[in-house]
Every structure is written in structure tokens, then in C-alpha cells.
Design a protein around this ligand. Structure first.
Ligand SMILES: NC(=O)c1ccc[n+]([C@@H]2O[C@H](COP(=O)([O-])OP(=O)(O)OC[C@H]3O[C@@H](n4cnc5c(N)ncnc54)[C@H](O)[C@@H]3O)[C@@H](O)[C@H]2O)c1
Length: 382
């Protein structure tokens, strides 16, 4: 026992003796009245109520001071691309610049709609294909979609840019969409069946090579389940101390011919990410981009694998409907029924719905050897 200390185990002491020792001990603390009779608390330094609150009050003071300094720190001390929203003290990620790699049927229209809906966000769509980029910058866009040229004209040169300078766009972006093609493999394991991720992987290598600081990298392409793992593996193998890359999955559900409507009034937006706090922060940042025009109730957030699989499962369900109506079409031909009349009659049943009940020669949205194989990462499906 330290000198002058009070040891309750010294039970040989009388109660009175013990009390005296306790009072002596308390006297050593400047926080208490020296009147042995009253033991009343005196206000301690920095404490309006009592000395025993001094330490918590000091700690609270430091926390408040640290928080104030953190919030008021100059922009130069903040991580590039990240800023604190005025009302959110806990380092929310705010997307100011987006880069989309791949100026095709998905990347072009998707990013044009994002730019038109989010005038404060700068969107740069990049591609290795110079003629495609030239066309996006001309009066004759490389693809036709109803309403697309109006959307592009409303923001091109303002906050929407098309460029072949891929590295600069990646470097400057807070969020990078990977929206490149995922064709069927023509070599190696899964040849003729599995999706080829070589373009996605090339993008991942480019991103990690030219990036610094924090970035959200988002799969937009239709990929096999767990493709995000391959991207992360490339990031991890090439990481640098200054780098923090978060991977999200945000598959696109647009259909060619109705792309602008599908993008401006989507049935749902699906965003998948890590279940860690960093992952959730990245998901929130992307949600905020879509919330400019999509009701919150239509933005679904999941883990990464559910998001990747949901896109493939949606395509599979749509393909089943086309296969079903094609079978009915064959039956119509042999019975004299009209497939369009049958489709209308069954489609008005709300449990079935009217969409994707058009008989067609091929299985349109079920790109055999592409989406089908994508269920099986190694192309080993039956
Ligand atoms: N087309 C659709 O209706 C549709 C709908 C939903 C999802 N998807 C999926 O979206 C993805 C993209 O489809 P798309 O139709 O836009 O493809 P696309 O072929 O029209 O465009 C892909 C673009 O990516 C570019 N590219 C490839 N590798 C590159 C690299 N390393 N750096 C820069 N640019 C590169 C190509 O030059 C090309 O212009 C695919 O995975 C597809 O399955 C397509």
C-alpha cells in the first residue's frame, strides 16, 4: 500500500481510524474541502460541479477541440477527391469527378444521364477506341437511342466530356466506372463458354498504376460472380501506401432501344459492396449520386456477390420468359392460335406481367456463352 493510502483490507483498524485515514487521503487532493467534518466537494479546476468531474471534462474538452480542428482543417490537408459534407462530421465521401472506362452502349448513355442529372459532378467517358470518342464528340453519336442526343447536348462540354486520355481521367476521378465489354473467351479454360475478363483486368491494372489516394472503383460491366475478387487481387498485388481503392458492383439493367428511359426512370438501381464500414461508406457515396433523380426506395444495396449474381439471375429469368413464349408460339402454329393474342391474355395477369412475352427467333437477352457462362466463374457449367 502506498504511504498515506487507504487500504480497506486493514480491517483491524476501527471504523473511526479508517475514516480519519480516508479524510487524510482526500485532503491530499486539492479538490476537497479540508474541513474534516463536512467532506464537501470543492469545485476543481475546470469543473463547475466538482473535482471528480475534472478528468472527464478535460477529456471532453480535448475531444471537442480535436473535432473542431479536424472539421476546420484547410483543404490542402484533406485527401484528394474527398471532402466533408457541410452537415456530416464523419468524413463522408462526396463524388465530384467520375471517370467511366468504356464509351459503349452502357458507358456512353449511363454517364450522359448521370452528367445531366448531376450538374455539379464532372463526368469523363474514356475509351481506347479513338473513332468512338470522336463520334461522341460530334453531331452524329456512335449509337442511336431515343432521347440520347438531347441528353448529351444538354451537358457535353459543361460537365460531360469524352476523351482518349484514360490515365488523366482515372487520376482525377473520385469514382471510376468499369464499363468495358466482356466477350466470350476464345482461348484457355472456359473457351467458348466463360466470360473473358481480360478488358476488366486491364482496366484494374491501369487504375492501380496511375491512382493515388482514395477511389471508388465500380463494376458496371456484366461480370461472373466474384469478379470483384479478381479486381481486388490485382489492386492488392500492386498497391502503394498512399492508395485506398474500394470496389463496388453496380450492374446496368438498361435495354438497347429504351436506354434513356431505363436510366432516367429505372425500376431499381443495384449497388453492392463490402460489408465493412469502408465498403458501406463507398456504397453511400454512390447512392448519393443516384439519389439526384432516383427515389431512395428504388436504390437497393447488397453485398458485392448478391449484386453480381442478381444481374445474371435477372437476365436468366428474362431469358426463361422468351423461351416460354417461343414454346407457346410453336404450339400456336400447330393449333391455329395467335401467339400475340395469347401473350396479351396471359400478360394481363398481374402475377405474370406483360413484358418479355414477345416470341423471337433468338434468345435475345440471354447471351449464350456470355451471361449464361458468367454464372460459372471458370466456365464449367453443363
Ligand atoms: N449493351 C447492353 O444492352 C448491355 C446492358 C447491360 C449490361 N451490359 C454489359 O455492359 C458491358 C459493356 O457493354 P457495352 O454494350 O457498352 O460494350 P461495348 O462493346 O459497346 O463497349 C465497350 C467499350 O469498352 C472499350 N474498352 C475495352 N477495353 C478498354 C480499356 N482497357 N480501356 C478503355 N476502353 C476499353 C471498347 O473499346 C468499347 O468501346 C458488358 O459487360 C455488357 O455485357 C450491356
Amino acid at each position: 500500500m502506498a504511504e498515506g493510502g487507504f487500504d480497506p483490507c486493514e480491517c483491524i483498524c476501527s471504523h473511526e481510524h479508517a475514516m480519519r485515514r480516508l479524510i487524510n487521503l482526500l485532503r491530499q487532493s486539492q479538490s476537497y474541502c479540508t474541513d474534516t467534518e463536512c467532506l464537501q466537494e470543492l469545485p476543481g479546476p475546470g469543473s463547475p460541479t466538482g473535482g471528480d468531474l475534472t478528468l472527464p471534462m478535460i477529456i471532453m474538452g480535448w475531444i471537442v477541440l480535436a473535432l473542431a480542428l479536424f472539421l476546420l482543417r484547410p483543404a490542402s490537408m484533406r485527401r484528394p477527391g474527398i471532402s466533408n459534407k457541410p452537415n456530416s462530421p464523419f468524413n463522408m465521401v462526396q463524388i465530384k469527378k467520375i471517370c467511366c472506362i468504356g464509351a459503349g452502349y452502357v458507358g456512353g448513355p449511363t454517364c450522359s444521364v448521370i452528367a445531366s442529372m448531376c450538374p455539379e459532378i464532372t463526368v469523363t467517358v474514356v475509351d481506347v477506341n479513338e473513332s468512338r470518342i470522336k463520334a461522341w464528340n460530334s453531331d452524329t453519336l456512335p449509337i442511336y437511342e431515343p432521347g440520347l442526343s438531347e441528353v448529351v447536348l444538354s451537358c457535353r462540354g459543361r460537365n460531360l466530356f469524352f476523351s482518349t486520355d484514360i490515365d488523366s481521367a482515372i487520376k482525377e476521378a473520385d469514382l471510376v466506372f468499369i464499363s468495358v465489354n466482356t466477350p466470350t473467351k476464345t482461348y484457355g479454360m472456359g473457351k467458348g463458354r466463360a466470360a473473358d475478363l481480360k478488358f476488366i483486368e486491364a482496366c484494374a491494372r491501369r487504375i492501380v498504376e496511375v491512382s493515388d489516394g482514395y477511389k471508388i472503383v465500380t463494376e458496371k460491366s456484366t461480370v461472373p460472380v466474384r469478379a470483384a475478387e479478381s479486381i481486388r487481387r490485382i489492386f492488392d498485388a500492386n498497391t502503394k501506401p498512399s492508395l485506398n481503392l474500394q470496389v463496388l458492383s453496380n450492374p446496368e439493367f438498361l435495354a438497347e432501344g429504351t436506354a434513356v428511359k431505363d436510366l432516367t426512370e429505372p425500376d431499381r438501381v443495384l449497388i453492392g459492396g463490402d460489408e465493412t464500414s469502408e465498403g458501406q461508406k463507398a456504397i453511400r457515396a454512390l447512392c448519393e449520386v443516384y439519389e439526384h433523380w432516383v427515389p431512395k426506395s428504388r436504390i437497393i444495396t447488397t453485398n458485392t456477390w448478391s449484386s453480381e449474381l442478381s444481374k445474371l439471375a435477372a437476365n436468366a429469368f428474362l431469358a426463361q420468359r422468351i423461351s416460354s413464349i417461343n414454346s407457346i408460339s410453336a404450339l400456336c402454329e400447330s393449333t391455329g392460335a395467335d401467339v400475340e393474342e395469347v401473350a396479351r391474355a396471359i400478360g394481363m395477369d398481374q402475377r405474370i406481367g406483360s413484358k418479355f412475352l414477345k416470341a423471337s427467333v433468338d434468345r435475345d437477352h440471354w447471351k449464350k456463352g456470355d451471361d449464361q457462362a458468367a454464372f460459372y466463374p471458370h466456365g464449367d457449367h453443363p
